[in-house]
Design a protein around this ligand. Structure first.
Ligand code: NAP
Length: 252
């Protein structure tokens, strides 16, 4: 264990990037609340953390729902202690070209990513301010720079960057940092779903993506977990309001 035990919440951590981040933060010595829509779906991540000697609980909650978030954060504070590390990772895609994008496609994506990150950060900030320590890590995306078929998602992910910078400004004096990770192509169910939508076998889709990436491979959830671990660490207290593109090459 490399640092003092803190209580971390990772949203959307039943699978994918969130699961890897949760496992890594547990290895770093934190107690982790594995939060996802379906509490039962969190069991795999919780079991993996416990099997590795870590501490974790499963929490079912919808990050886009104010009451659900309040109940979840209260449960976590009671069962594990005050949450002072928050990773806003929960996300969905509802890709479509603008002319085919429904209002529901727009609203649901903005709700999970932006409203979700806002509700979670607002519910956790008091615990962080009281502790005079906090680490907020928000998942943005290279799609924040614009991506065909993702008007809703790119707007949400660009919004995450502005949200992050404002949290850094408001909360800095309380020992709370806020930073964003903007992943490129990461091998998860989300990118598998995109391949399915465009009708390309996932292996071919990954090969095509890797050929465009300077390090010549697609990303793995552990690549994002490593960056989240840095932002969440004690030593990163002077790094705040930053957006790090974790994409195997430069992006801006
Ligand atoms: P994923 O495999 O689809 O996992 C997302 C998780 O979030 C799922 O477990 C999902 O639960 C959960 N979730 C969805 N809506 C939720 C809600 N309202 N409340 C609580 N949990 C909710 O996605 P991923 O690829 O790991 O992506 C994780 C994050 O990284 C997302 O924010 C994504 O936008 C971002 N990102 C991913 C990539 C990539 O290439 N994969 C690139 C850039 C950014 P259900 O299974 O029940 O839906």
């Amino acid at each position: 264990m490399s640092q003092q035990r803190r209580v971390a919440i990772v949203t959307g951590s039943a699978r994918g990037i969130g699961a890897a981040v949760a496992q890594r933060l547990a290895v770093d010595g934190n107690a982790v609340a594995v939060l996802d829509l379906d509490e039962a779906a969190c069991a795999g991540t919780v079991d993996a953390i416990k099997a590795a000697g870590g501490e974790a609980i499963a929490v079912g909650a919808n990050v886009a729902d104010e009451e659900s978030v309040a109940a979840a954060v209260e449960k976590i504070a009671t069962e594990l202690g005050a949450p002072t590390i928050l990773v806003n990772n929960a996300g969905i895609i509802r890709d479509n070209m603008l002319f085919k994008m429904s209002v529901d496609d727009w609203d649901s994506v903005l709700a999970v990513h932006l409203r979700g990150a806002f509700l979670m950060a607002r519910a956790c900030q008091k615990h962080m301010v009281d502790a005079k320590f906090g680490r907020i890590v928000n998942l943005s995306s290279t799609s924040a720079l614009g991506n065909r078929g993702q008007a809703n998602y790119s707007a949400a992910k660009a919004g995450m960057q502005g949200f992050t910078k404002t949290l850094a400004i408001e909360l800095g004096k309380f020992g709370v940092t806020a930073n964003a990770i903007a992943p490129g192509f990461i091998e998860t169910d989300m990118t598998a779903a995109t391949a399915a939508r465009v009708g390309v076998p996932y292996e071919d889709f990954k090969k095509g993506a890797a050929s465009q990436i300077p390090v010549n491979r697609v990303g793995q959830p552990e690549d994002i977990a490593h960056t989240a671990s840095f932002f969440a660490s004690e030593g990163a207290g002077f790094v705040s309001g930053q957006v790090v593109y974790v994409a195997g090459g430069p992006k801006d």
